[in-house]
Design a protein around this ligand. Structure first.
Ligand SMILES: *Cc1c(COP(=O)(O)O)cnc(C)c1O
Length: 413
Protein backbone atom coordinates (compact mmCIF):
# COMPACT_ATOMS: atom_id res chain seq x y z
CA UNK A 1 0.00 0.00 0.00
CA UNK A 2 1.37 3.45 -0.84
CA UNK A 3 1.61 6.15 1.79
CA UNK A 4 -1.06 8.18 0.01
CA UNK A 5 -3.55 5.29 0.35
CA UNK A 6 -2.70 4.49 3.95
CA UNK A 7 -2.77 8.13 4.99
CA UNK A 8 -6.21 8.63 3.50
CA UNK A 9 -8.31 7.49 6.45
CA UNK A 10 -5.75 8.23 9.14
CA UNK A 11 -6.74 10.60 11.90
CA UNK A 12 -4.70 11.84 14.83
CA UNK A 13 -6.64 9.69 17.31
CA UNK A 14 -5.73 6.01 17.29
CA UNK A 15 -8.55 3.69 16.17
CA UNK A 16 -10.48 1.94 18.97
CA UNK A 17 -8.95 -1.40 19.99
CA UNK A 18 -10.42 -4.48 18.29
CA UNK A 19 -11.54 -7.17 20.81
CA UNK A 20 -8.65 -9.38 19.58
CA UNK A 21 -6.34 -6.94 21.31
CA UNK A 22 -8.18 -6.80 24.63
CA UNK A 23 -8.15 -9.32 27.47
CA UNK A 24 -11.44 -11.02 28.32
CA UNK A 25 -12.93 -10.68 31.81
CA UNK A 26 -10.66 -13.35 33.22
CA UNK A 27 -7.62 -11.62 31.74
CA UNK A 28 -7.06 -13.97 28.79
CA UNK A 29 -5.65 -12.87 25.45
CA UNK A 30 -6.76 -15.97 23.59
CA UNK A 31 -5.16 -18.88 25.45
CA UNK A 32 -2.57 -16.66 27.15
CA UNK A 33 -2.79 -14.61 30.36
CA UNK A 34 -5.34 -15.30 33.09
CA UNK A 35 -4.53 -15.50 36.79
CA UNK A 36 -2.99 -18.78 37.93
CA UNK A 37 -2.80 -18.15 41.66
CA UNK A 38 -2.72 -19.99 44.98
CA UNK A 39 -6.17 -19.76 46.64
CA UNK A 40 -5.19 -17.12 49.22
CA UNK A 41 -4.15 -14.68 46.45
CA UNK A 42 -7.27 -15.03 44.31
CA UNK A 43 -9.33 -12.43 46.20
CA UNK A 44 -6.52 -9.83 46.65
CA UNK A 45 -5.77 -9.94 42.90
CA UNK A 46 -9.48 -9.81 42.02
CA UNK A 47 -9.67 -6.68 44.19
CA UNK A 48 -6.83 -5.09 42.20
CA UNK A 49 -8.66 -5.95 38.97
CA UNK A 50 -11.94 -4.43 40.19
CA UNK A 51 -10.28 -1.29 41.51
CA UNK A 52 -8.21 -0.83 38.36
CA UNK A 53 -11.31 -1.19 36.17
CA UNK A 54 -13.06 1.49 38.25
CA UNK A 55 -10.02 3.80 38.25
CA UNK A 56 -9.44 3.53 34.52
CA UNK A 57 -13.05 4.57 33.90
CA UNK A 58 -12.79 7.49 36.36
CA UNK A 59 -11.96 10.81 34.66
CA UNK A 60 -10.55 12.22 37.94
CA UNK A 61 -8.04 9.35 38.21
CA UNK A 62 -7.05 9.72 34.56
CA UNK A 63 -6.64 13.49 34.94
CA UNK A 64 -4.39 13.06 38.00
CA UNK A 65 -2.27 10.52 36.10
CA UNK A 66 -2.01 12.70 32.98
CA UNK A 67 -0.98 15.68 35.08
CA UNK A 68 1.90 13.69 36.60
CA UNK A 69 3.02 12.58 33.14
CA UNK A 70 3.22 16.14 31.86
CA UNK A 71 4.36 17.99 34.99
CA UNK A 72 6.66 15.38 36.56
CA UNK A 73 7.82 12.91 33.88
CA UNK A 74 8.18 15.63 31.25
CA UNK A 75 5.84 14.19 28.63
CA UNK A 76 5.33 14.21 25.73
CA UNK A 77 8.76 12.75 25.04
CA UNK A 78 10.39 13.77 21.76
CA UNK A 79 10.04 11.81 18.54
CA UNK A 80 13.49 12.48 17.10
CA UNK A 81 14.46 11.99 13.45
CA UNK A 82 17.89 10.30 13.59
CA UNK A 83 19.07 11.80 10.32
CA UNK A 84 22.78 10.95 10.71
CA UNK A 85 22.03 7.32 11.54
CA UNK A 86 19.49 7.03 8.71
CA UNK A 87 21.92 8.49 6.18
CA UNK A 88 24.72 6.24 7.36
CA UNK A 89 22.58 3.09 7.02
CA UNK A 90 21.20 4.20 3.66
CA UNK A 91 17.55 3.19 3.60
CA UNK A 92 14.50 3.94 5.70
CA UNK A 93 14.14 7.05 7.84
CA UNK A 94 14.71 6.14 11.48
CA UNK A 95 12.86 8.00 14.22
CA UNK A 96 13.60 7.48 17.92
CA UNK A 97 10.88 7.73 20.56
CA UNK A 98 12.90 9.33 23.34
CA UNK A 99 11.72 7.58 26.51
CA UNK A 100 15.31 8.01 27.69
CA UNK A 101 14.48 11.70 28.25
CA UNK A 102 11.80 10.95 30.86
CA UNK A 103 12.52 11.79 34.50
CA UNK A 104 14.56 8.81 35.84
CA UNK A 105 15.73 8.03 32.29
CA UNK A 106 13.43 5.27 31.08
CA UNK A 107 9.85 4.26 30.30
CA UNK A 108 9.29 2.49 33.63
CA UNK A 109 8.23 5.70 35.42
CA UNK A 110 5.09 5.73 33.21
CA UNK A 111 3.66 2.65 34.90
CA UNK A 112 5.11 2.98 38.41
CA UNK A 113 3.33 6.34 38.79
CA UNK A 114 0.05 4.76 37.63
CA UNK A 115 0.48 1.89 40.07
CA UNK A 116 1.26 4.29 42.93
CA UNK A 117 -1.89 6.31 42.23
CA UNK A 118 -3.97 3.12 42.18
CA UNK A 119 -2.41 1.94 45.45
CA UNK A 120 -3.33 5.25 47.11
CA UNK A 121 -6.85 5.07 45.76
CA UNK A 122 -7.15 1.57 47.26
CA UNK A 123 -5.95 2.83 50.65
CA UNK A 124 -2.74 0.77 50.63
CA UNK A 125 0.26 2.20 52.47
CA UNK A 126 3.26 0.34 51.02
CA UNK A 127 4.34 -0.41 47.45
CA UNK A 128 6.13 -3.75 47.27
CA UNK A 129 8.01 -5.36 44.39
CA UNK A 130 11.01 -7.43 43.46
CA UNK A 131 13.80 -6.09 41.32
CA UNK A 132 16.63 -7.73 39.40
CA UNK A 133 18.92 -5.11 37.94
CA UNK A 134 17.29 -2.49 40.16
CA UNK A 135 15.68 -0.36 37.45
CA UNK A 136 12.12 -1.22 38.46
CA UNK A 137 13.02 -0.76 42.12
CA UNK A 138 14.36 2.74 41.48
CA UNK A 139 11.36 3.75 39.34
CA UNK A 140 8.99 2.45 42.02
CA UNK A 141 10.88 4.10 44.88
CA UNK A 142 10.69 7.36 42.91
CA UNK A 143 6.91 7.05 42.52
CA UNK A 144 6.60 6.21 46.24
CA UNK A 145 8.63 9.26 47.26
CA UNK A 146 6.48 11.51 45.10
CA UNK A 147 3.12 10.12 46.22
CA UNK A 148 4.00 9.74 49.91
CA UNK A 149 3.76 5.94 50.02
CA UNK A 150 6.20 3.58 51.70
CA UNK A 151 8.20 1.29 49.45
CA UNK A 152 9.75 -2.15 50.03
CA UNK A 153 11.96 -3.72 47.36
CA UNK A 154 13.08 -7.37 47.52
CA UNK A 155 16.34 -8.12 45.79
CA UNK A 156 18.55 -11.22 45.61
CA UNK A 157 21.83 -10.95 47.51
CA UNK A 158 23.82 -11.45 44.31
CA UNK A 159 21.98 -8.58 42.61
CA UNK A 160 22.38 -6.36 45.68
CA UNK A 161 26.14 -6.75 45.34
CA UNK A 162 26.17 -6.36 41.53
CA UNK A 163 23.81 -3.39 41.34
CA UNK A 164 25.10 -1.40 44.28
CA UNK A 165 24.39 2.10 42.82
CA UNK A 166 20.72 1.24 42.37
CA UNK A 167 20.53 -0.05 45.96
CA UNK A 168 21.93 3.30 47.12
CA UNK A 169 19.41 5.19 44.95
CA UNK A 170 16.45 3.21 46.34
CA UNK A 171 17.57 3.80 49.91
CA UNK A 172 18.16 7.50 49.31
CA UNK A 173 14.62 7.67 47.90
CA UNK A 174 13.34 6.22 51.18
CA UNK A 175 12.73 2.62 50.14
CA UNK A 176 13.51 -0.38 52.33
CA UNK A 177 15.65 -2.85 50.37
CA UNK A 178 15.20 -6.44 51.57
CA UNK A 179 18.16 -8.68 50.68
CA UNK A 180 17.04 -12.21 49.80
CA UNK A 181 19.50 -14.93 50.84
CA UNK A 182 17.46 -17.99 49.80
CA UNK A 183 18.33 -20.39 46.95
CA UNK A 184 20.16 -18.85 44.01
CA UNK A 185 19.89 -15.41 45.73
CA UNK A 186 18.69 -13.79 42.50
CA UNK A 187 15.51 -12.53 40.78
CA UNK A 188 13.48 -15.74 41.09
CA UNK A 189 13.95 -15.86 44.88
CA UNK A 190 13.25 -12.11 45.09
CA UNK A 191 9.88 -12.67 43.36
CA UNK A 192 8.97 -15.43 45.82
CA UNK A 193 10.06 -13.32 48.79
CA UNK A 194 8.13 -10.21 47.71
CA UNK A 195 5.03 -12.25 46.85
CA UNK A 196 5.21 -14.04 50.21
CA UNK A 197 5.37 -10.75 52.12
CA UNK A 198 2.50 -9.33 50.06
CA UNK A 199 0.34 -12.42 50.55
CA UNK A 200 0.74 -12.21 54.32
CA UNK A 201 -0.73 -8.68 54.42
CA UNK A 202 -2.58 -7.57 51.27
CA UNK A 203 -4.29 -4.82 53.32
CA UNK A 204 -0.97 -3.05 53.86
CA UNK A 205 0.73 -3.75 50.54
CA UNK A 206 0.13 -3.03 46.87
CA UNK A 207 2.11 -5.39 44.65
CA UNK A 208 3.59 -3.27 41.86
CA UNK A 209 4.71 -5.48 38.98
CA UNK A 210 7.35 -3.97 36.70
CA UNK A 211 6.20 -5.08 33.25
CA UNK A 212 3.20 -6.42 31.29
CA UNK A 213 3.53 -9.74 33.12
CA UNK A 214 2.01 -11.54 36.10
CA UNK A 215 -1.64 -12.35 36.82
CA UNK A 216 -4.59 -10.34 35.51
CA UNK A 217 -4.97 -7.31 35.65
CA UNK A 218 -1.23 -6.45 35.48
CA UNK A 219 -0.62 -7.24 31.78
CA UNK A 220 -3.56 -4.97 30.88
CA UNK A 221 -2.93 -2.31 33.53
CA UNK A 222 0.79 -1.85 32.84
CA UNK A 223 0.09 -1.81 29.08
CA UNK A 224 -2.58 0.86 29.53
CA UNK A 225 -0.23 3.05 31.59
CA UNK A 226 2.51 2.65 28.96
CA UNK A 227 0.23 3.20 25.95
CA UNK A 228 0.80 6.96 26.17
CA UNK A 229 4.10 6.26 24.36
CA UNK A 230 2.38 5.06 21.18
CA UNK A 231 -0.43 7.62 21.33
CA UNK A 232 2.17 10.38 21.36
CA UNK A 233 4.34 8.74 18.68
CA UNK A 234 1.35 8.27 16.38
CA UNK A 235 0.34 11.93 16.56
CA UNK A 236 3.99 13.05 16.31
CA UNK A 237 4.78 11.03 13.17
CA UNK A 238 1.57 12.19 11.48
CA UNK A 239 2.60 15.75 12.29
CA UNK A 240 6.19 15.28 11.07
CA UNK A 241 5.63 13.10 8.00
CA UNK A 242 1.91 13.24 7.27
CA UNK A 243 1.80 9.46 7.23
CA UNK A 244 1.99 6.43 9.48
CA UNK A 245 5.30 4.59 9.95
CA UNK A 246 6.01 1.33 8.16
CA UNK A 247 7.64 -0.35 11.16
CA UNK A 248 7.71 -0.05 14.93
CA UNK A 249 10.68 -1.69 16.63
CA UNK A 250 11.06 -2.22 20.38
CA UNK A 251 13.09 -4.39 22.75
CA UNK A 252 11.13 -7.09 24.59
CA UNK A 253 11.96 -8.30 28.07
CA UNK A 254 8.58 -8.61 29.77
CA UNK A 255 7.34 -6.42 26.94
CA UNK A 256 6.03 -3.21 28.51
CA UNK A 257 7.90 -0.63 26.42
CA UNK A 258 7.04 -2.61 23.27
CA UNK A 259 3.30 -2.73 24.05
CA UNK A 260 3.52 0.91 25.11
CA UNK A 261 4.62 1.82 21.59
CA UNK A 262 2.53 -0.79 19.71
CA UNK A 263 -0.91 -0.36 21.28
CA UNK A 264 -2.01 2.86 19.58
CA UNK A 265 -1.03 1.35 16.20
CA UNK A 266 -2.66 -2.09 16.60
CA UNK A 267 -5.61 -1.02 14.47
CA UNK A 268 -3.37 0.40 11.73
CA UNK A 269 -2.88 -2.82 9.77
CA UNK A 270 -0.24 -1.31 7.46
CA UNK A 271 2.13 -0.69 10.39
CA UNK A 272 4.38 -3.70 11.02
CA UNK A 273 5.27 -4.40 14.66
CA UNK A 274 8.59 -5.98 15.60
CA UNK A 275 9.69 -7.06 19.09
CA UNK A 276 13.39 -7.70 19.60
CA UNK A 277 14.56 -10.25 22.15
CA UNK A 278 18.03 -10.96 23.55
CA UNK A 279 19.80 -13.47 21.33
CA UNK A 280 22.67 -13.28 23.83
CA UNK A 281 25.61 -15.43 22.82
CA UNK A 282 23.56 -17.63 20.49
CA UNK A 283 20.41 -19.74 20.58
CA UNK A 284 22.13 -23.08 21.27
CA UNK A 285 22.33 -23.64 25.03
CA UNK A 286 21.04 -21.19 27.63
CA UNK A 287 23.09 -18.01 27.01
CA UNK A 288 20.09 -16.09 25.63
CA UNK A 289 16.59 -14.98 26.67
CA UNK A 290 14.70 -15.57 23.40
CA UNK A 291 11.36 -16.49 24.96
CA UNK A 292 9.16 -15.68 21.96
CA UNK A 293 11.51 -17.51 19.58
CA UNK A 294 12.20 -20.66 21.60
CA UNK A 295 9.70 -20.66 24.46
CA UNK A 296 6.76 -23.06 24.81
CA UNK A 297 3.37 -22.52 26.48
CA UNK A 298 3.57 -22.77 30.24
CA UNK A 299 2.78 -21.00 33.50
CA UNK A 300 5.09 -18.47 35.12
CA UNK A 301 4.48 -15.80 37.77
CA UNK A 302 0.72 -16.26 37.75
CA UNK A 303 0.17 -16.12 33.97
CA UNK A 304 -0.10 -18.58 31.09
CA UNK A 305 2.38 -17.48 28.47
CA UNK A 306 5.40 -18.59 26.47
CA UNK A 307 8.19 -19.70 28.80
CA UNK A 308 11.77 -20.84 28.39
CA UNK A 309 11.55 -23.98 30.53
CA UNK A 310 13.04 -27.40 31.05
CA UNK A 311 11.18 -30.71 30.69
CA UNK A 312 9.90 -30.41 34.29
CA UNK A 313 8.44 -26.94 33.63
CA UNK A 314 11.13 -25.15 35.65
CA UNK A 315 12.03 -21.78 34.10
CA UNK A 316 15.43 -21.92 32.36
CA UNK A 317 18.48 -19.91 33.31
CA UNK A 318 18.67 -16.96 30.90
CA UNK A 319 21.28 -14.47 29.81
CA UNK A 320 21.52 -11.10 28.10
CA UNK A 321 24.11 -8.36 27.87
CA UNK A 322 21.22 -6.18 29.15
CA UNK A 323 20.14 -7.17 32.65
CA UNK A 324 16.69 -5.54 32.25
CA UNK A 325 15.51 -8.03 29.63
CA UNK A 326 16.89 -11.40 30.76
CA UNK A 327 13.51 -12.90 31.66
CA UNK A 328 12.42 -16.50 30.87
CA UNK A 329 8.79 -15.42 30.28
CA UNK A 330 7.05 -12.70 28.30
CA UNK A 331 3.86 -10.68 28.60
CA UNK A 332 0.91 -12.84 27.48
CA UNK A 333 -0.34 -10.28 24.97
CA UNK A 334 2.89 -10.67 23.01
CA UNK A 335 2.27 -14.42 22.70
CA UNK A 336 -1.23 -13.57 21.46
CA UNK A 337 -0.06 -10.92 18.96
CA UNK A 338 2.36 -13.43 17.47
CA UNK A 339 -0.39 -16.05 17.21
CA UNK A 340 -2.67 -13.52 15.47
CA UNK A 341 0.14 -12.71 13.04
CA UNK A 342 -0.02 -9.07 14.16
CA UNK A 343 3.54 -8.79 15.49
CA UNK A 344 6.85 -10.48 14.67
CA UNK A 345 9.58 -11.33 17.14
CA UNK A 346 13.24 -11.41 16.23
CA UNK A 347 16.53 -11.52 18.11
CA UNK A 348 19.61 -9.33 18.40
CA UNK A 349 22.76 -10.89 19.78
CA UNK A 350 24.96 -9.38 22.49
CA UNK A 351 27.57 -8.49 19.85
CA UNK A 352 25.04 -6.82 17.53
CA UNK A 353 23.62 -4.93 20.51
CA UNK A 354 27.02 -3.66 21.62
CA UNK A 355 27.79 -2.51 18.06
CA UNK A 356 24.43 -0.70 17.85
CA UNK A 357 25.09 0.97 21.22
CA UNK A 358 28.38 2.35 19.87
CA UNK A 359 26.91 3.32 16.51
CA UNK A 360 24.05 5.38 17.95
CA UNK A 361 26.37 7.00 20.47
CA UNK A 362 28.86 8.06 17.78
CA UNK A 363 26.42 9.09 15.04
CA UNK A 364 23.76 10.89 17.09
CA UNK A 365 25.39 11.69 20.43
CA UNK A 366 22.74 9.63 22.22
CA UNK A 367 23.87 6.89 24.63
CA UNK A 368 21.10 4.25 24.67
CA UNK A 369 20.42 1.68 27.41
CA UNK A 370 21.70 -1.78 26.46
CA UNK A 371 18.07 -2.97 26.57
CA UNK A 372 17.04 -0.32 24.00
CA UNK A 373 20.17 -1.08 21.97
CA UNK A 374 18.55 -4.40 21.00
CA UNK A 375 15.87 -2.43 19.15
CA UNK A 376 18.49 -0.17 17.58
CA UNK A 377 20.40 -3.29 16.45
CA UNK A 378 17.36 -4.56 14.59
CA UNK A 379 16.78 -1.18 12.95
CA UNK A 380 20.43 -1.29 11.79
CA UNK A 381 19.64 -4.56 9.98
CA UNK A 382 16.22 -3.51 8.71
CA UNK A 383 16.76 0.06 7.46
CA UNK A 384 19.12 -0.75 4.53
CA UNK A 385 16.56 -3.25 3.17
CA UNK A 386 13.89 -0.53 2.89
CA UNK A 387 13.29 2.43 0.57
CA UNK A 388 14.26 5.97 1.59
CA UNK A 389 10.60 7.00 1.90
CA UNK A 390 9.87 4.24 4.40
CA UNK A 391 9.80 4.99 8.13
CA UNK A 392 10.91 3.04 11.20
CA UNK A 393 10.12 4.19 14.73
CA UNK A 394 12.46 2.70 17.35
CA UNK A 395 11.46 2.87 21.00
CA UNK A 396 14.49 4.22 22.83
CA UNK A 397 13.22 2.84 26.15
CA UNK A 398 16.00 4.22 28.33
CA UNK A 399 19.30 6.01 28.55
CA UNK A 400 22.61 4.19 28.80
CA UNK A 401 24.37 6.10 31.57
CA UNK A 402 23.81 3.11 33.86
CA UNK A 403 25.67 0.90 31.36
CA UNK A 404 28.76 2.92 30.51
CA UNK A 405 31.17 1.26 33.00
CA UNK A 406 30.08 -2.21 31.91
CA UNK A 407 30.38 -1.31 28.22
CA UNK A 408 33.84 0.18 28.76
CA UNK A 409 34.87 -3.11 30.43
CA UNK A 410 33.49 -5.16 27.51
CA UNK A 411 35.23 -2.96 24.93
CA UNK A 412 38.52 -3.24 26.78
CA UNK A 413 38.44 -7.05 26.34
C1 LIG B 1 13.29 -2.68 32.20
C2 LIG B 1 13.69 -2.14 30.90
C3 LIG B 1 13.34 -2.77 29.68
C4 LIG B 1 12.62 -4.08 29.63
O1 LIG B 1 11.32 -4.10 30.12
P1 LIG B 1 10.05 -4.24 29.15
O2 LIG B 1 8.94 -4.52 30.09
O3 LIG B 1 10.32 -5.37 28.20
O4 LIG B 1 9.91 -2.96 28.44
C5 LIG B 1 13.70 -2.17 28.48
N1 LIG B 1 14.40 -1.02 28.47
C6 LIG B 1 14.76 -0.38 29.61
C7 LIG B 1 15.54 0.87 29.50
C8 LIG B 1 14.43 -0.93 30.85
O5 LIG B 1 14.79 -0.30 31.97
Amino acid sequence: MSHADSAHAVTADAPALHPDYQADEAGFFGEFGGAELPPHLVEPMAEVAREYAAASADPAFQAEYQALLSKYVGRPSLLYYAENLSRKLGGAKIYLKREDLNHTGAHKINHTLGEALLAKRMGKRTLIAETGAGQHGVALATAAALTGLKCEIHMGAIDVAKQHPNVVRMELLGAKVVTVEEGGRSLKEAVDSAFGTYAADPEEYFFAIGSVVGPHPYPTMVRDFQSVVGREARAQILEAEGTLPDYLVAAVGGGSNALGLFTAFLGDESVKLVGVEPGGEGLEGTRHAATMTLGTPGVLHGMRTKVLQDAAGEPSAVHSIASGIDYPGVGPQHARLEQLGRADYVIASDAETLAAFQLLTRTEGIIPALESSHAVAHAVKLAPTLATDEIIIVNLSGRGDKDVDFVAELLAK
